[in-house]
Write a new protein. Structure first.
Lengths: 266, 244
């Protein structure tokens, strides 16, 4: 006899449930701590200060730019890693992970030694064009992209490796160009992973601190992102630091939850 | 709870640093900026007083204050700036006099050879240079702004670094043409220093005191006395500190 479908057990196993709840609490605790210390009465005036508004603008510009740059450079790199067996592929894969392994402040200092005004690449660049990357929004974008692009590359590469290449082969055999195959066959199949990669990249970018401060410095209205504003105000004025942290949490949660609902649930 | 952890950690640090019964230990808590100079003072003091063992507990002044307020068994406390020591004193945890043993001036640091030809504080409003300060929220930034105010200069920095170490790194790398740091940083870092005239100079005092409940009060008094001897003064000066 076949069991009626409504009798299928829907409750998850108790052990899984308990461990998952522990994980949720673990993620929730810092938020509770932050909310408990929030100066609710002064929140409005703290958030309306020009320090906060300036930092918010820089953070949004830099994090969106990081996602765009990562898409432009990271997706081709992920495709190459997934589809072409070239010599040195293992090395390149390791290289992509480097920004995740390096303490961001070290990564930022390394960028300074490479791309700064007196850097290995930066000095010829400066002498040829007069362009100085540190202490400018370009410096922030470079630092933030360096730290966040790996998330896109890794996610997209893994997705490409899971795609059944026979579909691409079939499309090609029917006369589709490589670009058409990528656009009409590959892209739709990796779509959800691509979007997840964008979300991860953006989330890492908006919270970036170490590489930014080491490479771009900290100047209100030019290079000071929200995390930098938090760190500096933590030294003297905890209320402001908490208020800024709170908007960081608020915009991140809004964007992440919004994106998940729209694109990632299937 | 947090206090308990601080005490536990401090006790662990203290307990783990040697336990030979015939050696008299002196537990010295000193601000991070004193790390190099106190390492030298420790060696010199132990040479001059065989059978003693100075144990250094280095950290941010406010962390050290928390440890002491939580009851860590410390003999000597040397802090950066008067405020922290005054808070320990206000809590009734200092024994006897608080003495200022060193002064740290601010100074202009430039990359070796001073490629931009910086002359003094008046260069800090120039747009054609890359200039750095510590953020106004940290002591070295506050001291610098104080000097600029007195000098009548309105500085236009390209970066307000969150700490003096990251400012120094950017000057050492030549990315900044100049920055305002402590005199001790100029000695420790690979930079050249330009002194700030005494009429606009700002500085930070470093006080030292004995702590109530000190396990080794005699040793504590001896170590503090040593800091004020010619030998102690010579060591302090060699690291860029000034005598009070």
């Amino acid at each position: 006899m076949i069991e009626p479908r409504r009798h299928v057990r829907r409750r998850p196993p108790l052990g899984v449930l308990v461990l998952a709840i522990v994980a949720v609490v673990f993620f929730l605790l810092p938020l509770v701590g932050l909310l408990a210390r929030t100066p609710w009465g002064d929140l409005g005036s703290l958030l309306a200060s020009d320090v906060v508004v300036d930092a918010l603008v820089i953070s949004l510009v830099a994090s969106v730019a990081a996602v765009v740059l990562s898409a432009l450079l990271g997706v081709p790199l992920a495709w190459l890693l997934a589809r072409v067996a070239f010599t040195g592929r293992a090395f390149v894969r390791g290289l992509v992970l480097l920004p995740l392994v390096l303490p961001p402040i070290v990564g930022g200092a390394a960028l300074l030694f490479a791309l700064g005004r007196r850097g290995v690449i930066g000095e010829p660049l400066y002498e040829a064009t007069g362009l100085v990357l540190p202490f400018s929004i370009w410096g922030v974008i470079i630092a933030v992209t360096f730290v966040s692009m790996p998330f896109l590359v890794i996610t997209v590469e893994a997705a490409l490796l899971n795609v059944d290449t026979r579909y691409e082969g079939a499309a090609a055999s029917l006369g589709a160009s490589r670009w058409t195959v990528f656009r009409r066959v590959t892209l739709p199949m990796i779509g959800p992973s691509l979007l997840a990669g964008f979300v991860l990249t953006w989330a890492r970018a908006i919270g970036e601190f170490g590489a930014t401060v080491a490479f771009a410095g900290n100047l209100q209205g030019t290079t000071q992102t929200l995390p930098l504003a938090v760190f500096v105000s933590l030294e003297s004025d905890r209320d402001t630091a908490i208020a800024i942290s709170l908007i960081l949490v608020a915009i991140s949660l809004t964007v992440l939850i919004g994106l998940r609902d729209r694109w990632l649930t299937r | 709870m947090a206090n308990l952890i601080v005490v536990a950690v401090a006790t662990l640090i203290v307990a783990s640093c040697g336990s030979a019964s015939d050696v008299a230990q002196i537990q010295v808590s000193a601000a991070s900026s004193l790390s190099d100079v106190f390492a030298d003072l420790e060696v010199a003091f132990e040479d001059a007083n065989p059978g003693t063992d100075v144990v250094l507990n280095l950290g941010g002044s406010s962390l050290l204050r928390e440890q002491i307020l939580a009851g860590a068994p410390i003999d000597v406390f040397a802090s950066a700036g008067m405020e922290i020591m005054e808070e320990v004193e206000a809590a009734g945890l200092t024994e006897g006099e608080i003495d200022v043993f060193a002064v740290n001036h601010i100074e202009i640091a430039v990359p070796p050879g001073n490629p931009a030809g910086i002359v003094g504080l008046e260069d800090f409003d120039r747009d054609d240079l890359f200039l750095g300060l510590c953020a106004a929220e940290v002591p070295c930034g506050r001291l610098a702004l104080q000097s600029f105010r007195v000098a009548g200069v309105n500085p236009t920095p390209d970066t307000n670094e969150p700490n003096v170490r990251s400012l120094l790194t950017k000057i050492e790398a030549g990315e900044l043409d100049a920055g305002v740091v402590y005199a001790t940083d100029v000695i420790a870092g690979e930079v050249d220093g330009i002194a700030i005239p005494s009429d606009v100079l700002s500085s930070s005092n470093y006080p030292v005191g004995r702590i109530v409940g000190s396990p080794n009060p005699t040793g504590a008094a001896d170590f503090i006395a040593f800091m004020f001897t010619d030998e102690g003064t010579r060591i302090l000066l060699s690291h860029g500190f000034q005598s009070p």
